[in-house]
Design a protein around this ligand. Structure first.
Ligand code: 5RP
Length: 240
């Protein structure tokens, strides 16, 4: 316990970096949970920021939510909180999807897939009217840098890695859909040119570059509160 300070009151010890990051993730997650309304169809991302989101949604006590999870871990955590989880094909289009990010650049490009779930995450984001990104402040970067997560088909994976060079397999089990998780490790330069190169490589299932047009809103937890940024989705202002 902290000892009393000069005021005689017990003062909170300063948060260390890790605790500060968690507090920022939690603040962004809580702000995003406020965007959800009764009866919405909600896409749930994957990762430690989303781990704050799930209880924040549950605490709101909303009725009639129908959720799609982007990973088995998220599905299990959501079910444990009493949330209804269905497949995207059962639900169809989503009202909102909320997910974390590894990096966010000034134009709104994202790198995702630190947890290897970027293929399902991109599908879910693409089928949501609003895609909201939640992140702690250190995820905001001036320029995206490698690694860019990749999911590859198992067949001829070494040949695919050569075509994507520099790239290497990550030490992770296959994705729930059987894909191998790898990373592109080279220069990024123009994200849109790299995204086109990666997407055009046979054997690639999906890459972790998310274009700004996919993103409706970015909520960044900072030392001063939650900063809201518009994404590049041209219809986002009317949606969120
Ligand atoms: C998982 C992801 C995550 O959203 C991303 O890696 C950020 O994770 P975290 O919230 O744990 O920092 O894309 O595939």
């Amino acid at each position: 316990m902290a000892s009393p300070g000069a005021t005689g009151r017990h003062e909170q010890p300063p948060l260390n970096d890790a605790a500060l990051r968690e507090a920022q993730k939690a603040a962004a997650a809580r702000a995003s949970a406020e965007l959800i309304e009764d009866g919405m169809r909600v896409g749930l991302g994957t990762g430690s920021t989303v781990a704050h989101l799930l209880p924040a949604i549950a605490r709101r006590g909303l009725s009639g939510l129908r959720c799609v999870a982007t990973s088995p871990a998220t599905e299990q955590a959501a079910l444990a909180l009493g949330m209804t989880v269905e497949g995207l094909d059962e639900i169809g289009e989503l009202d909102i999807a909320i997910d974390g990010a590894d990096q966010v650049d000034p134009a709104g490009w994202l790198i995702k897939g630190g947890g290897g779930a970027h293929t399902r995450e991109k599908i879910v984001a693409a089928h949501a009217r609003s895609f909201v990104v939640i992140a702690s402040a250190e995820k905001v970067v001036e320029e995206l840098t490698a690694p860019v997560p990749l999911e590859l088909v198992d067949f001829a994976v070494q040949s695919t890695l050569r075509a994507l060079a520099p790239a290497s397999l990550r030490d992770l089990p296959p994705s729930p859909d059987g894909g191998l998780i790898a990373d592109y490790l080279g220069e990024i330069g123009d994200p849109s040119a790299l995204a086109a190169r990666l997407a055009g490589t046979p054997g690639l299932v999906e890459h972790g570059l998310f274009e700004p047009e996919l993103v409706s809103m970015i909520l960044i937890g900072t030392a001063d509160g939650v900063e809201r940024r518009a994404g590049g989705d041209p219809s986002a202002a009317a949606q969120v």
